[in-house]
Design a protein around this ligand. Structure first.
Ligand code: AMP
Ligand code: MG
Length: 283
């Protein structure tokens, strides 16, 4: 059976997102109950993997994980952070959200603010939006001249290859939703007073450019997918399926890294003897 990552990996060549069903369930649990059970098991695996990675980092290891989350408004980037990333010990996780750049950020190269948020050794970094906004919203809204955003695909490839060479294991996930599902979720944000704070009138402007965004996503996925920094497309109209899929991708990624607990830099037997003497000085 193909691994979860193989199943969700964006196909090689030109990307046609309309060929990927946002309600699809190409692998894994068939219903909510099965997903809940699977997620509990994934939690155990993720927890063990994260702790080993953290220990490896504490012992001088330099490796880390970077999970990039992208998707249209309401696709569930926040939901994935609470329900999938939330399965691991928060002490080992570094979350960064990228909004409209500040005046200071705009004065620098588009990767400047990204580099500042890269995970430290032994950590799992999570990007809620990322440098990809600079070839998504920036391209659709024509926020910079065409030649500038066009050059960014190559710059992103180089940047990610450089990170991979430094020991950052990258997994990039597009949360793929349908416009119908987005309409329902936006309506819920308008109608439910407890969700209203998440609503942003600007979301409707992005929604109006749906096809342009899908095209921009397709180009980014096609040009910036590599073995060093793979792109995965996760059907996200069903929240339980989406959360399971991202947790499974993360668990497989950690399993493959097989982080190693460090060897002690002290004499264990000698320390044991010393400890036993100290706890029971009369013996
Ligand atoms: P949200 O993630 O819903 O809080 O919204 C963040 C907003 O910031 C979205 O509308 C993004 O498109 C926007 N944004 C993020 N990065 C950039 C960028 N580099 N340039 C312009 N807008 C951006
Ligand atoms: Mg939003």
């Amino acid at each position: 059976m193909a691994s979860v990552r193989e199943t969700f990996r964006v196909p090689q060549g030109p990307v046609d997102l309309t060929a990927i069903d946002p309600r699809g369930r190409p692998t894994g649990p068939k219903d909510r109950a099965a997903a809940a059970k699977a997620v509990t098991e994934l939690g155990t695996r993720l927890d063990a993997g994260q702790e080993a990675l953290y220990a490896e980092g504490a012992g001088g290891g330099t490796r880390s994980v970077l999970l990039v989350l992208q998707g249209m408004d309401t696709s569930g980037k926040g939901g994935v952070i609470s329900h999938a990333v939330g399965l691991v010990n928060p002490q080992g996780v570094q979350i960064a959200s990228f909004k409209k750049p500040t005046a200071e950020e705009r004065r620098h190269d588009f990767l400047w603010r990204i580099r500042k948020q890269l995970p430290g050794a032994g950590r799992i970094g999570v990007f809620d939006r990322s440098h990809y906004e600079d070839v998504l919203v920036v391209r659709v809204e024509e926020l910079v001249p065409t030649d500038v955003w066009q050059a960014r695909y190559g710059e992103i490839r180089e940047f990610e290859a450089e990170l991979a060479a430094q020991g950052v294991t990258i997994a990039k996930v597009m949360l793929h939703i349908s416009p119908e599902e987005q309409a329902e979720r936006l309506l819920a944000r308008l109608d439910d007073p407890h969700k209203r704070w998440k609503y942003n009138p600007g979301d409707l402007d992005a929604r109006a450019r749906w096809d342009d965004y899908q095209e921009a996503y397709a180009t980014a996925l096609e040009l910036c997918d590599s073995d060093a920094a793979p792109w995965y497309v996760v059907p996200s109209d069903r929240k339980w399926y989406r959360n399971w899929a991202v947790a499974a991708i993360l668990a497989e990624t950690l399993d493959e890294m097989a982080p190693a607990f460090p060897e002690p830099d002290f004499d264990v037997a000698a320390e044991r003897t010393r400890l036993l003497r100290s706890t029971n000085p009369s013996s």
